[in-house]
Design a protein around this ligand. Structure first.
Ligand SMILES: [Zn+2]
Length: 352
């Protein structure tokens, strides 16, 4: 049984239920896990159950009280959610402390100080906590240092190393793992059925197998063009000599085909770089006699890989750096050119 309809994280839900039954819900949590596994949905469901007026055992919101209805409508006065706008690299400071005319008279850090309007709690959720400016982080830090009674702050990020140590040390860290490929397949199939979308079951299964346990990535891979290029990318990465210019040209073309807007282009490039990360990790595992890759395209590429572990390590590091650069809003074609240049001449990168 999935806790409140959130799949794959029943263990985490059980921890919160146990904490609640002992009266030990902390003032601040940091949710860490890969993108697209449901951390944000979990945070919202947790918030709803923390403010529910008649929660059921296991910290399950009753679903019918006034508080639950407001939470479901997204209009609960005691649940505050802040996220990074799609077209911005960071969460704007005013989301935390109000704009210049309303400093500390608006924003999440101000609202959390108000008395709860409905029950005994206020919950603030900061999605995209990887993308805090230093200024915003400092404002948040003050709230985390002296949390108002009954307030629960939930920060949601992808990597512990991406959070400021000062923030990290004031939060209880909760880890979320990737979803099982079968869970991804079922959830995506259900989502498509609700929309009346008739994508073939085999396409859904292939996208789920290549998703790395992320719903977001599985959705991207449903696009036949994207799914096909993932296979092509893996093939190009495994081939020796690696032709950097050819790889860059094809990759830039398919990223551009995502549309004129930057966010879908960034998301598409990130999905391909994620596939490259998986490839290098699988190559390193295979070199160490580890298990086989879960999807056929990856398995073929790893079998064709003839270079050594040093080269896989350089490739992995360069790809992780490139993923970080996407988050910092780097110019994508320049980024792709730099990345493929390193892959083509890994010895240069390795000796520098
Ligand atoms: Zn309720």
């Amino acid at each position: 049984m999935a806790w409140q309809g959130i799949e794959g994280h029943d263990t985490v839900a059980a921890l919160f239920a146990a904490a609640e039954s002992r009266g030990r819900i902390a003032g601040s949590y940091l949710f860490i896990g890969p993108p697209g596994v449901g951390k944000g949905a979990f945070a919202r469901a947790l918030a709803a159950s923390l403010v529910c007026l008649a929660p059921r055992p296991g910290l399950v919101a009753c679903g019918i009280c006034g508080s639950c209805l407001q939470a479901r409508a997204g209009s609960h006065p005691d649940i505050d959610v802040v996220a990074k706008p799609e077209d911005r690299a960071t969460i704007p400071l005013e989301a935390f402390i109000g704009d210049a005319e309303h400093r500390m008279r608006e924003g999440l850090c101000w609202r959390i100080l108000l008395k709860p309007a409905v029950g005994g709690r206020k919950v603030a959720i900061v999605l995209d906590a990887d993308h805090l400016t230093d200024e915003a982080a400092n404002c948040l830090l003050k709230t985390l240092e002296e949390p108002p009674p009954g307030a629960v702050m939930i920060l949601v990020g992808t990597g512990l190393e991406r959070q400021l140590p000062t923030i990290r040390s004031r939060c209880q860290v909760v880890r979320f793992g990737p979803l099982a490929p079968e869970t991804v397949r079922r959830l995506i199939a259900e989502e498509l059925a609700r929309r009346g979308d008739e994508t073939a079951a085999a396409t859904v299964a292939a996208a789920a197998a290549a998703s790395g346990g992320s719903l977001d990535r599985a959705r991207l891979l449903l696009d036949p063009e994207v799914g096909a290029f993932r296979g092509r990318l893996l093939e190009l990465l495994s081939r020796r000599p690696l032709r950097g210019v050819e790889l860059a040209r094809e990759l830039n073309a398919i990223v551009e085909a995502a549309g004129k807007e930057a966010p879908p282009r960034r998301a598409r490039l990130a999905a391909f770089l994620d596939a490259a990360v998986e490839f290098y990790r699988a190559a390193l595992r295979a070199g160490a006699g580890g298990e086989r890759a879960p999807d056929p395209a990856l398995d073929r590429a790893v079998a064709a890989w003839s270079a050594d572990a040093d080269e896989a390590t350089v490739g992995l590091d360069a790809t992780l750096d490139a993923l970080d650069a996407i988050d910092r809003n780097a110019h994508l074609p320049t980024l792709v050119d730099a990345w493929t240049a390193i892959l083509e001449a890994p010895r240069l990168a390795h000796s520098s």
